[in-house]
Design a protein around this ligand. Structure first.
Ligand code: ZN
Ligand code: ZN
Length: 279
């Protein structure tokens, strides 16, 4: 079984309205591309900030910029299309209850949880002039950013809000374009591990990092190894934003997983998880 659950039906660009991308024809394009690549389980996880309802959770300028669509219409569309229904939601400390009320009253197959923001600043905004005030890398000490990032990731796991922890070491996304801590990175991973070990969350292995400046799979093998030791299952995704990216470089992900003795991947249905043989 191969899965692709962390999938977007449109690019992260302005002028990408729901009525152009949340269509039966577009769903078919994704379904066909998935079938060609042997992906049996296909689901969509649109960013929470694309929905007007997210403004009840947070009113950050990033959310205000994007929030246009109706989340219930989105879920209805996915149910009608036969694609698994997911969402990619930010973990925002102190806003757990607000996010829970957005999530709890909708019929998801799974919820993907991401740490993009540390307070008001994002780890993945580097190099976008419009968003520079919210770029965490402006003069930041990488030791502090990485420590805060992994602490927040552990809290995200512990929150119980999410079925899958997305791109778990996203903080590395820019590679050497931003300062990177030196030495053994496990001192940072340790900060997330207690929360992860005490949670029931699946750890996403994402090939999206191969398309980013870092050119690595998320997460690093050492991080994944620690999660496996903590008994966590693995969810496999590409974070595709166009059909051509579905299953992107999965050979490398499968090789990584087999090398670490992983033989099963998580499959989700109406927020229940089971394991299927990887392959
Ligand atoms: Zn993300
Ligand atoms: Zn995503």
């Amino acid at each position: 079984m191969l899965t692709d659950y962390h999938v977007h039906l449109r690019p992260d660009e302005d002028d990408s309205p729901a009525d152009r991308y949340f269509t039966a024809a577009n769903a078919d394009r994704y379904r066909e591309a998935a079938a060609e690549r042997g992906i049996e389980e296909l689901g969509v996880a649109e960013h929470v900030h694309r929905f007007v309802q997210s403004l009840d959770v947070w009113t950050h300028p990033w959310y205000r910029h994007w929030a246009r669509d109706d989340v219930d219409e989105y879920v209805e569309f996915l149910r009608a299309s036969g694609l698994k229904a997911g969402i990619e939601a930010d973990f925002l400390p102190a806003r757990e209850d607000r996010l829970a009320s957005l999530l709890d009253r909708r019929d998801w197959d799974y919820v993907v949880g991401s740490v993009h923001f540390l307070r008001d600043e994002a780890v993945d905004f580097h190099g976008y002039p419009d968003w520079e005030p919210w770029n965490i890398w402006r003069g930041a000490d990488p030791e502090k950013v990485w420590a805060r990032y992994f602490e927040t990731l552990g809290e995200a796991a512990r929150s119980g809000l999410f079925d899958v922890l997305a791109h778990p070491d996203l903080v590395k996304v820019w590679g050497s374009r931003v300062p990177v801590p030196e030495g053994d990175l496990r001192r940072f991973y340790d900060r997330a591990m207690e929360g992860i070990a005490e949670s029931d969350v699946a750890i996403e292995v994402s090939t999206a990092g191969l398309r980013k400046p870092v050119r690595e799979i998320y997460p690093a093998p050492a991080f994944l190894e620690m999660c496996l030791e903590a008994g966590r299952p693995v969810a496999l995704s590409s974070d595709a934003h166009v059909p051509e990216q579905l299953g992107h470089e999965y050979e490398r992900a499968v090789e990584l997983l087999r090398g670490l003795g992983v033989e099963e991947v998580a499959v989700f249905e109406r927020r229940a998880r089971r394991l299927e043989e990887l392959g």
